[in-house]
Ligand binder design. Sequence first.
Ligand SMILES: Cc1cc2nc3c(=O)[nH]c(=O)nc-3n(C[C@H](O)[C@H](O)[C@H](O)COP(=O)(O)O)c2cc1C
Length: 196
Amino acid sequence: MRKPAETSVPVATAIAERWSPRAYDETATITDAQLTALLEAARWAPSFGNTQPARYLVGRRGDQAFARILAALNSGNQAWAFRASALLVGVMVTTNEKGEVPYAEYGLGLASENLVLQAVDLGLIGHQMAGFSPDAVRTSFGLPEDAIPRVAIAVGSAADASVLDDPKRVERELAPRRRLPLAEFAFGDGWGTPAL
Ligand SMILES: Cc1cc2nc3c(=O)[nH]c(=O)nc-3n(C[C@H](O)[C@H](O)[C@H](O)COP(=O)(O)O)c2cc1C
């Protein structure tokens, strides 16, 4: 299913087509080449002083890493994310040899958006999640103290909304996407004065 962004002018295809679906095809797999492309896209994100704070834990459906990440998700996310072809956790490394890494969370965010946009470009879908237990991830993957799990990401292939079973979940899947109007988003002469 597609839910392209309604934009006032055309934007890059992957940006327009990206959304956060929950209906995944539970038979679909992801290839190593696809996973590599996702991680390469994330690896080449910009970061403060090129400090590169982003790291990823990667599980493919059926392997141990996938099971550990799935177990760390909250129950609402588990209910749909088990069908994903891959589950990842974005981790920010908060220190380096110079001390605290500035803008580490910002860097992880940039990398993760690159990752989901690359998924769209490959004809896949991606969905970022804050609903998981960082402590469970820390324990099950043996993370050092300065590595903070910040976001889980489901990646896979789209399925019909009906796989979600529950009518309320199907309704949410089909609901229109909303954003603030551009006039409330970008300001020119003063705060609140539309830039365009
Ligand atoms: C940091 C972050 C955390 C999110 N956490 C969850 C989550 O735990 N569960 C979920 O179903 N969606 C989650 N989402 C998806 C958002 O709800 C979604 O991006 C937002 O509603 C906008 O919809 P769109 O991505 O389809 O444009 C998260 C998104 C981000 C960026």
